[in-house]
Design a protein around this ligand. Structure first.
Ligand code: FAD
Ligand code: MLT
Ligand code: ZN
Length: 476
């Protein structure tokens, strides 16, 4: 049980009664899930490492319904957990005990799209990939992309401030989100659903909800600025014999590809072995110590291909890459991207996954993987490093047959201390959720956390919104 493993006690929230269920049934006829089988997949996270025990999941269709639910839960002192696609990786999207699940799955409508400005307004439950397909039909694309695109919701993306594979090009959601609507714990509706690029009137309240992981309110609608769909996309996969070479390729790549560079990802030989072993993917290159995936996105095929070729010739002349392949057609592009995007899935097949998502100066990134590997020796099955190198973001992952205190003790606080010493962040893009909230002090000062606690108390005095997550409770 989650509660036992993490030694958390249930806070004194009310328990759901038959009368509560009656109220929910009246508000959401046919959209109140209480069947234990149906609840199972909502009570366990994507990694299958944390499990809750919610007895009820609510499926509102609009903002008004969310408002009615929260107003009632707040009055009754019932705790809730908002849930989008349940792809979060830090245990934030599942209840810890019997919190009521509020799913955005039926809030999946596009509200408007402005094909001049590129501003898309939609409900929070739209699936990222579906939005992208909708936009592609209009010559636009979403400014974010991640391996979980087929399941994650845009509301969940905002709530976690997801980074992903295109951040290097289009920046973070803190820049591309133009506005949002959220329902506060007391049921009031905060409408900040602007579609303006410029608006300096008072505090920028939407930023509070981006990355708040369901602890301040439920995001119900989103306005987001979408770029034009690039007409020319090229992908190159390069093999490098050392991490030093990977860094040199990055520098050269920025010099040569500058404005058309849209992704710079890296992964090590252990990752390649895992996607080959568990997913039967094909490595188009001879075995290398490291692999670099470079994507360019632009508006002129010929121009972009010339630039990419010049870059590749320079990289080879300088001896930075041992081998490489380039893809311009959709199916090859997809199969190269799969090698990188599906590492998360391959790791999940390998065993229990200890997952770390760190940002730090790029020249330090891989030293941590090597030290961790040496430190764990044969207690780990696999230790891998991959990530968004262009953003200084390392995913250090360790697999073992099962969760053990011995492996955990070898990893923590070592990984966090190492990261803090290099002035890095212990959660670059996944958030803190349930698993990492107590480690916030490695990356934030006491004063900063205290201010977060005051903001939380002001918006959610009863603490009903996603309790036990993201920030330590004020009395700790
Ligand atoms: P959920 O998992 O359902 O919820 C996540 C958190 O947000 C929870 O705390 C939940 O309570 C809260 N929440 C959800 N919806 C709302 C809402 N409407 N209002 C308020 N709170 C809400 N992350 C990255 O940053 N970059 C990546 O490249 C990346 N790749 C991934 C690849 C895979 C294969 C997987 C499984 C995950 C990946 N992730 C990545 C993790 C990422 O956080 C999520 O995939 C995504 O952003 C979460 O969206 P979701 O709808 O699944 O949210
Ligand atoms: C990724 O970059 O693949 C995601 O953040 C998921 C992960 O860290 O495994
Ligand atoms: Zn990532």
């Amino acid at each position: 049980l989650t509660g036992e493993r993490y030694r958390v006690s249930r806070l004194p929230f009310s328990r759901v009664t038959a009368q509560d269920l009656n109220f929910f049934q009246q508000e959401l006829p046919g959209r109140v899930v209480t069947d234990e089988e149906d609840l199972k997949s909502h009570n366990i996270d994507w990694l299958r490492t944390v499990r809750g025990n919610s007895k009820v999941l609510l499926r509102p269709q609009n903002t008004h319904e969310v408002s009615e639910i929260l107003r009632y839960c707040n009055e009754r002192n019932l705790a809730v957990t908002p849930q989008g696609g349940n792809t979060g990786l830090v245990g934030g999207s599942v209840p810890v005990f019997d919190e009521i699940l509020i799913s955005t799955a039926l809030m999946d409508q596009v509200i408007s799209f402005d094909d001049v400005s590129g501003a898309l307004v939609c409900q929070a439950g739209c699936v990222l990939e579906t939005l992208n397909q909708y936009l592609e039909g209009q010559g636009y694309t979403m400014p974010l992309d991640l391996g979980a695109k087929g399941s994650c919701h845009i509301g969940g993306n905002l709530a976690t401030n997801a980074g992903g594979l295109r951040l290097l090009r289009y920046g973070s959601l803190r820049g591309t989100v133009l506005g949002l609507e959220a329902v506060l714990p007391d049921g009031s509706i905060l409408n900040c659903l602007n579609s303006l690029r410029k608006d300096n009137t008072g505090y920028d309240l939407k930023q509070l909800f981006i990355g708040s992981e369901g602890t301040l309110g439920v995001i119900t609608s989103v306005s987001i600025l979408c770029p034009r769909k690039p007409s020319a996309v090229n992908v190159a996969l390069l093999g490098c014999e050392s991490f030093d070479r990977v860094l040199q390729v990055f520098t050269l790549c920025r010099d040569h590809l500058g404005e058309i560079l849209s992704a710079f990802e890296f992964f090590d030989a252990s990752c390649m072995k895992l996607v080959q072993k568990h997913l039967h993917l094909n490595n188009p290159l001879p075995a290398n110590a490291f692999y670099v995936l470079i994507e360019t996105s632009g508006s002129s095929t010929q121009h972009d291909e010339e630039k990419l070729n010049d870059f590749l010739v320079s990289a080879m002349d300088a001896g930075l890459t041992a081998s490489g392949t380039v893809a311009t057609d959709q199916s090859k592009i997809k199969s190269i991207w799969a090698l990188r995007e599906r590492i998360t899935e391959a790791l999940a097949h390998d065993g229990y996954v200890y997952k770390y998502d760190l940002s730090m100066p790029v020249d330090k990134l891989y030293a941590l993987v090597e030290e961790t590997r040496a430190r764990l020796g044969s207690t780990a099955k696999t230790v891998v490093g991959y990530g968004h190198l262009g953003d200084g973001n390392l995913h250090l992952n360790v697999t073992a047959e099962s969760h053990t205190d011995t492996v955990l003790a070898a990893l923590e606080p070592f990984v966090y201390e190492w990261t803090a010493q290099h002035r890095g962040s212990i959660s670059a893009e996944h958030g803190l959720g349930f698993k990492k909230k107590d480690h916030i002090y490695y990356s934030k000062s006491r004063e900063a956390v205290q201010l977060m606690q005051k903001i939380k108390y002001m918006l959610d005095p009863k603490g009903i919104m996603n309790p036990y997550k993201t920030i330590p409770t004020a009395d700790q």
